[in-house]
Design a protein around this ligand. Sequence first.
Ligand SMILES: NC(=O)C1=CN([C@@H]2O[C@H](COP(=O)(O)OP(=O)(O)OC[C@H]3O[C@@H](n4cnc5c(N)ncnc54)[C@H](OP(=O)(O)O)[C@@H]3O)[C@@H](O)[C@H]2O)C=CC1
Ligand SMILES: O=C1CO[C@H](CO)[C@@H](O)[C@@H]1O
Length: 442
Amino acid sequence: MIKRRQFLQASAAAAAVVACPSIVRGRNLNSKLSVAGIGCDGKGWSDIKQMSDHPQTQMAAFCDIDLARTEKVKKLAPDAPVFQDYREMLAKLGDKIDAVTVSTPDHMHAFITLDAMRQGKHVYCQKPLTHNVWEARQVANQTKKSGVITRLGNQIHSHSVYRTGVQVIQSGTIGKVKEVRSWCAATGHGKSGQISVPKNPPALPKSVDWDLWIGVAPMRTYGGHNVYHPWGWRDWQDFGNGALGDFGCHILDPVFTALKIAAPPTQLKADHSGMNDQVWAAQTQVDYVFPGTELTTDETIKISWDDGGLLPSVSGSHIPATVALPKSGSIFIGEKGTMVMPHVGPPQLFPQDQYAADAIETVESVNHYHGWVDGCLSGEQPSDGFDYGALLTESVLLGNIAVRYRTQNLQWDAAAMRFTNNDDANKWLRRDYRTGWNIDEV
Ligand SMILES: NC(=O)C1=CN([C@@H]2O[C@H](COP(=O)(O)OP(=O)(O)OC[C@H]3O[C@@H](n4cnc5c(N)ncnc54)[C@H](OP(=O)(O)O)[C@@H]3O)[C@@H](O)[C@H]2O)C=CC1
Ligand SMILES: O=C1CO[C@H](CO)[C@@H](O)[C@@H]1O
């Protein structure tokens, strides 16, 4: 294994000379796309499995900070080398890798994605695209610079149910949209079973490189299985973004796509059920105001978010109070009717007696993962690349900043990337990066 300083030098040198993947947009159409998987268990396993099932891919390498969690993926390509540090992998394999999947916990998405794009790799990154708003902007900027093919890992975007819901709204079935109310059953903490740092954690498993897992975040001691890694990291402000961060990019995706939302909110206000400075609140509620579009009735549109089991009111919609709402989803209130878009289920229209059984034309699913591979091979950018992912992520993460200033109406100036009426809130747009893990401005 090469020493950290050596591979950082090699990595910097590689970044300087490599501008694009060996499979460049639209060229080498008969070649296989050489993919490396970063984060191999949990969602990483299914991301890698899906990519490897595409007939025109070959798995070039695998990387996970816990070598014990690479056993499953190794069976997909037994000859592919396995790494613990993705920087070593990119430095050693260089242009043998065309593309990477990034399926690590959220705090590392931007660091890895930016590095990979700087080295000309196509990137498929899990949702949310980044851990803070400033990172989302850097990823968007780098995407333009690198010109690689990108896709956010919100696979339901390509599922029949969301595609059908988008079609219902865009075909005008409920008229222009007046308001959207989205909600999610998941709670902001509870996965780790903790609300403060564990006092007597067990020893770190030998297979885990904890320094690599912590990455950009402030160092803390390993907390025990599921406390931070795997899985429980979502609860913690240093690593995840609670229920809004975990599900916002899924549930708000059909809202943004259907309404063609193209800009972040201009103002937002939030509330929560109580939180400390470590974990996210069990329940949050955010009221956003976005610029309107050709599909909205007004120049602005209200989009609200409830989580932790809170349900939105159906007042002002066409849904009878007796109707049970799905556990998670969105209500689109239109001029002529209301669409309920369950997460993940077929859309329903109200008032029911106004819409014939065939009022909804089903749109088939497409393979989200393979759509990205096809895009890498053909040079055609799929519909939800990092431009879109950054907008969705910024909007979601702004909500979590508003949560920290409960009930205060925050004005967001997207062009200046700052809150104009609460300077203190601006400190949450970006984090302090651990020494050796800085992210350069793009
Ligand atoms: N689109 C979807 O439906 C879903 C998306 N996700 C998203 O997928 C991502 C991963 O979540 P999940 O799989 O549940 O998380 P887990 O913590 O279960 O797994 C993450 C994997 O990445 C590894 N890992 C962590 N840090 C690094 C690193 N720096 N380099 C390489 N490997 C690393 C982990 O190793 P170790 O186990 O040792 O920590 C683990 O194998 C998140 O962004 C999450 O939001 C998750 C579930 C579904
Ligand atoms: O869709 C999903 C299923 O649940 C996971 C855990 O909360 C999420 O991270 C994921 O995005």
